[in-house]
Design a protein around this ligand. Structure first.
Ligand SMILES: C[S@@+](CC[C@H](N)C(=O)[O-])C[C@H]1O[C@@H](n2cnc3c(N)ncnc32)[C@H](O)[C@@H]1O
Length: 274
């Protein structure tokens, strides 16, 4: 087996991410700096050394991180956030006691946090304009780089153009001078309620509460093979409260075939109440 093939098998077993033949040039491009850093003459030599454990342990972590695709945006697939506001939140709240209701949402595969902060804006708006409730959001991702970005909550001005203007004004601060110029940061009021943690969806169990009201598992299943997709959905679903909701990406609706989850719209599923 070539070093490339062994490397792809290693990435698949560590992360679930499939790297088929047509991704070889993407791999080469993403590893270019690492190959140059260690002064190898080509990627094959670098991968052979990596797989023979000749490089520091940290190198493999770094490479795993480099193999992740972190594309995301604020209000991506915006119908999900309309549904969250108009149907999902009212339904969840209707089943909570009136005394200090608290909503928990998990952005599994959160990338740099745009999804988690989009949810935060929707929840903050719901509290501002309607019934009072407390809420917390957890974002998890395998990439330590992305977790750090989520914690910092700093984005480029062009990344926030998809945030509705009124919400941007309320929940995003624009830097005006020095290194902050042209950068946007989520306000502390939301940052305090959104936390990020490194977590691998390939792990057999997740250190996450089992009474989560809604889980966003979007644009991640597409990277996995069929058995991995099913296993991840099964494990994730264990963390939903009865009546809780699972959101998947628009190209992922056919993947969810989990007993106990009913499809309410093509990409949103609800866990049975009992
Ligand atoms: C394309 S992004 C999706 C971000 C966001 N959910 C969205 O829809 O905009 C996929 C994310 O999944 C993460 N990821 C890949 N494999 C993972 C795994 N095994 N466990 C946890 N996260 C993983 C990547 O690091 C990446 O940030």
């Amino acid at each position: 087996m070539t070093a490339h093939a062994r490397f792809r098998a290693t990435i698949r077993s560590l992360t679930g991410i499939e790297l088929p033949d047509h991704k070889v040039s993407m791999i080469e491009q993403r590893l270019r700096r690492r190959v140059a850093h260690w002064k190898f003459s080509d990627t094959d030599q670098y991968l052979s050394a990596l797989l023979r454990d000749e490089l520091p342990e940290e190198e493999l972590r770094m490479v795993v991180d480099l193999m992740t695709t972190n594309t995301t945006s604020f209000f991506r697939e915006s119908e999900h956030f309309d549904l969250l506001r108009s149907r999902v939140l009212p339904d969840i709240l209707s089943r909570k006691s009136n005394h200090k209701p608290r909503i928990k949402i998990w952005s599994a595969a959160s990338s740099e946090g745009a999804e988690a902060y989009t949810i935060a804006m929707v929840l903050a708006e719901a509290v501002r304009t309607g019934r009072r409730f407390d809420w917390a959001i957890l974002g998890t991702d395998i990439s330590s780089r992305m977790i750090e970005k989520g914690d910092q909550a700093v984005y480029l001005a062009e990344q926030i153009t998809t945030v509705p203007a009124e919400m941007a004004q309320r929940y995003i601060m624009m830097g005006a001078v020095g290194t902050s110029a042209g950068k946007a940061r989520i306000v502390p009021e939301l940052r305090r309620k959104v936390h990020f943690r490194e977590m691998n969806l390939m792990d057999a169990t997740y250190p996450i509460d089992t009474d989560v009201d809604a889980i966003f598992l979007r644009n991640i299943l597409i990277y996995f093979d069929a058995p991995t997709k099913a296993a991840v959905v099964h494990r994730v679903a264990r963390h939903l409260a009865p009546g809780g909701y699972l959101f998947v990406g628009h190209s992922e609706s056919m993947i969810v075939r989990e007993p106990g989850l009913a499809q309410i719209v093509p990409t949103v599923f609800q866990k049975a109440l009992t």
